[in-house]
Design a protein around this ligand. Structure first.
Ligand SMILES: [Zn+2]
Length: 478
């Protein structure tokens, strides 16, 4: 068996290259555990995340002041040597400068692990590097601005890369520098087994606070030996549904997890409740009421639950797919484009599709399964899976596919999944013309706008609230 060392972190989990079946691979993988800290640990965690933010903001102010100074001097025709020297923004120099300045600017620094400050400065160095690359045009994606100050309400997180961190021996605790042994909400055995067998090495620990709960995420260099798929010659197409979680080309419909439906009902109720309470008003600077805040805190917890249920369902599905089939076909949806169009009902399914694709791609890499990504403009929904005729138009509201040429009547999502599977069998991903692009049903722009400006009671909405209401209406339809 060969050991291949490769892998890069993509939002917590690794992307890997393609490996042969049954080989061992070494990858970087994230293990995340929910924490149950004591009251003292809770404030220590908060303090470390605050320290991270403080160092970040200190660095932003320092670099900004230096750049502004140099820009001002240039307008006074001061030449190269006379200019204020530039301040280096590498993580190393930022840390060095921080250590010189910390007694002055943060005399309380010793309360937190030095890792907290390094974490903020490392984040700043990365942000400044991205900004510089983006300004020069050396970076793909949207243009990035200069790093902004982190406010009190920005997400709490802090990363430890050196010092005493790791798993406790009882599988119910994790150790963090300065904070000590924190009890975990669930067992750490999955990672503990790897550590005991010496097939895992923990590289860093990141604590974060999301929707009322603390988490720790370990970045782990791990050696995996995943089983090969049971049916290596089988090809499966996956279409993420709106009504169900997914539809497979085998005809199997994977229903949404049960608790998702219950959570959505609760969510709708809480969102109505929040709408009746007094929210913040930017124009009059009216702060939100305590009751409004309380409802929104509950909505955030519920949203986290909905997201967890969906992710759990997707994980179970993707693991089963790569354990069973030799090839998996998914669609390449323009997810960021769909997110911009909030009115498109399918955008929710698209969000799941991006996560499904991410999971399938890295799990397939581990198991040696082939992944095909259908071209973005391949009309998987509009093509007949029996005779291959492409319909000119198919509304999102048409849930059943009816072929005019051969008379096929079949569920819309199943038809799409079958087309995807056939695509991989042909081993081609033919781009189609622009005429077959997907369009939303009806004229949603018009209908949504009329609903957004009024209320259910017929009372006209106060000016300026249309935007907020529209967003709520969309989230209610997840
Ligand atoms: Zn047909």
């Amino acid at each position: 068996m060969t050991l291949i060392k490769m892998g890069f972190v993509v939002s917590g989990v690794v992307g890997v290259g393609h490996y042969g079946v049954g080989e061992m691979v070494t990858v970087i993988q994230a293990y995340r555990f929910a924490l149950d800290p004591t009251a003292g640990q809770y404030s220590a965690l908060r303090s470390h995340c605050g320290a991270q933010r403080y160092a970040f903001n200190w660095g932003v102010a320092r670099i900004r002041a230096n750049l502004d100074q140099r820009a001002a001097e240039k307008t006074y025709d001061i030449s190269g040597d006379q200019l204020t020297p530039p301040v280096s923004w590498s993580a190393y120099s930022l840390r060095k400068d921080w250590n010189q300045a910390k007694n002055e600017v943060a005399p309380w620094w010793a309360k937190n692990s030095k890792e907290a400050y390094s974490s903020g400065l490392a984040n700043l160095a990365a942000a400044l590097g991205n900004w510089a690359a983006s300004t020069k045009g050396a970076r793909h994606g949207r243009r990035l601005g200069f790093p902004r100050f982190k406010g009190r309400r920005s997400g709490l997180s802090c990363r430890f890369t050196t010092g005493a961190f790791g798993l406790g021996i009882d599988r119910r605790h994790v150790t963090l520098p300065r904070i000590g042994a924190v009890r975990t909400h669930e067992s750490t055995r999955k990672l503990a087994r790897h550590v005991e067998r010496d097939t895992a090495r923990i590289r860093s620990a990141t604590v974060s606070y999301r929707a009322g709960r603390w988490f720790v995420a370990f970045s782990v260099e791990i050696t995996r030996a995943d089983p090969a798929p049971a049916l290596p010659d089988s090809v499966v197409g996956v279409d993420l549904g709106v009504a169900s979680l997914a539809v497979l080309s085998t005809g199997e419909v994977i229903a949404n997890p049960r608790h998702l439906e219950a959570a959505l009902r609760k969510l709708r109720r809480l969102q109505r409740q929040a709408a009746r309470r007094t929210g913040p008003d930017r124009r009059t600077r009216r702060p939100p009421s305590a009751r409004w805040r309380k409802t929104w805190a509950r909505i955030a917890v519920l949203h986290a639950g909905v997201a967890n249920a969906r992710r759990d369902g997707l994980h179970k599905l993707t693991t089963r797919l790569v354990r069973t089939h030799g090839a998996v076909v998914v669609e390449d949806l323009n997810v960021s484009g769909m997110l911009r169009n909030r009115r498109l009902a399918r955008h929710i399914a698209g969000v799941g599709m991006a996560e499904l694709r991410r999971q399938i791609e890295y799990k397939a890499g581990w198991a040696g399964v082939r992944v095909h990504v259908a071209d973005r403009w391949y009309p998987s929904s509009k093509t007949c899976s029996a005779c291959g005729v492409v319909k000119a138009k198919l509304r999102l509201s048409d849930r059943v596919y009816r072929c005019d040429a051969c008379g096929l009547v079949c569920d819309r999502d199943l038809n799409a999944a079958r087309n995807l599977a056939a695509l991989a069998r042909r081993e081609t991903s033919s781009p189609s013309c622009g005429a077959t692009r997907n369009e939303p049903a009806g004229n949603p722009g018009k209908t949504r706008a009329t609903r957004a400006t009024g209320t259910a009671t017929g009372r006209p909405a106060p000016p300026g609230t249309g935007q907020r209401r529209r967003r709520k209406a969309t989230t209610a339809r997840i």
